[in-house]
Every structure is written in structure tokens, then in C-alpha cells.
Design a protein around this ligand. Sequence first.
Ligand code: CP
Length: 324
Amino acid sequence: MGKIKPLIAIDTNVKEAFMRHLLNPLDFSVEEIDDLLRIAGDIERNPSKYAHVCDGKKLATCFYEPSTRTRLSFESAMLGLGGSVLGFASADSSSASKGESVADTIRIISCYADICAMRHPKEGAATVAAMHSGIPVINAGDGGHQHPTQTLTDLLTIYSLKGRLNDLTIGLCGDLKFGRTVHSLINAMVRYPNIRFILISPPELQVPEYIREDVLKAKNIEFKELGNLDEALPDLDILYMTRVQRERFFNEEDYIRLKDCYILTPKKMKLARPDMFVLHPLPRVNEISVEVDKDPRAAYFKQAQYGVYVRMALIMKLLEVSPC
Ligand code: CP
């Protein structure tokens, strides 16, 4: 930061026109993502090398929707880089509760911080913020739409566990309709060679039409849609479990009917390959029994740890800083 930023200034317009944000997993090329994953791996091995790269920089976390992992891993990431954090954890504790728009809020946040991670229940909110922002905006989840930093976390986890991001059969199970992590992951993985998907959900929670038609079919990606998890398990390299999200349902009866449609148990894990890994963006409710946590193939807590390293790499990229 250093100096106070004007809200509208001719001399910052040019810079802002070229400012990078992360709103969608496709905002970065495959090469840029490979680079982020490489840096995240280096951060994991050599954290002290990065401990001061963001000295004097501030991250704002503007969360209009609840979060444990995303908000706190962003904060942990910025603190790990030597920077500081500020922000709000709910719409109720910000002036959004008085009717302030996202556009006005980000103009203000741009005066106080160098970079902003925003979560919002409305699809496209982070994109609106980016249009009015003087600082890089990171979409930390917008409604049922996208969750690109979860995707970076998932890519780092898969790469670290399997040693590759190509030639994989990935099972996505649970709420594939509202699950923004699923939509983002599919969008990101179809850019790698020889990826196959098995989409496991009840009919009511199948992937949205635009994912099936505009992403999978349009790019000739091999996929099948199943209702039965047991049938899919023997074929998978990765099983990505998701929660049925109460907050996305209009009707409580539908939620109750569908919430326990899949429960991964040790018995079901016997159907899977010894080198299949289970990922979950978390939070978990009931869809993975706690007994599965002991299975060496359960990778979801390690996945949350990877989220810190990749967010550190992302903050560095958007702020254009690197170790000396
Ligand atoms: N994975 C994830 O987005 O978790 P939180 O909702 O706790 O941030």
C-alpha cells in the first residue's frame, strides 16, 4: 500500500486494466497453474524462504458466507508470508447488513488492503467486485458457481499424491448440482490429457446442464453418470466426496430426503483400489464415516493443509512478489 489510493484516478486505471484477479479456475493458463503448484511445493519444503516476501502487505478477507478452511487458510497464508490480515467473517458484521453494495465495499477495501479474498452467496459477486476494485480480488466461493482456490488446493493434492494431473479416472460423488468445488474442479481438470469422470449423484443433484454440455461433451471428455457409488469405486484413481449442502436447498424436505444418499464406509473402501485417494473439500457432515479417517487413502485433512501452501503461492503471484 504505502500511499492512500484515490477511489477514481486516471493514473491507476491503466494498472487496474492489467491487474490480475482469480475469479474462475480458467483465469490462469495450465502453465501458470503448473508454476503455482511448483512454488506451493517449494513453500511446503522451505517455508522460511518465503517468510518475509509480503512484509508490509495486507490481505482483506471479506466473507459474506460462513467458512472455516478458506478464510483461515488465507489468513494463515498471508501471515506465513510476513503480511497482515483484516476483514469480516459474516455479512452481519459488515455494512452489507445496512445495504452497502459489493461494488462500494470493494472500493473501500481497496483503500485499506493490497489484496482481497471474497466469499459471497451470490454467483458472480467476486466478478462484480473485481470490476470496481483497485486491488486484486480472489473469488473464495460465489454461491453454487465456482471456488477456484479450492480447485488449486485439489490440484496440488492430486499432484502430490499421484505425481501427475493427467491420465486419471476421477469420481465426483454427492451434490454435483450446487457443489461449486465440483464445477471448478471439472473445469480445471478437462485441460489435462486423458481425464475421465464418473459422476455419482441422485438424479436431483446431477451436474448442471452447462457442465455436461458446454464443458464435458463440448471437449469430448469421457464421462458417465451413475447413481451407485459401489459400482464406480473399483475404477477410480481419485474419489472426490462432497456434502449435500443444506444452505443451497429451497425445500427442507428435499434436503432431508437426499442428505444421506451416500455414506463412504470402511466396507465400501474395500471395493476401491489400494492407490485410490479420497478427497473432500470439507466440511464433512455424514458422507464419510469417521472410521474412514484411519484409512491411509483418506487424504482430506492433508488436502486442507495443502490449501495454505497454494494460497501462499497465489497471493505472491497476484501481488507480483517473490523471495530475494
Ligand atoms: N472447503 C471450503 O470451502 O471450506 P470452508 O467452507 O470451511 O471454507
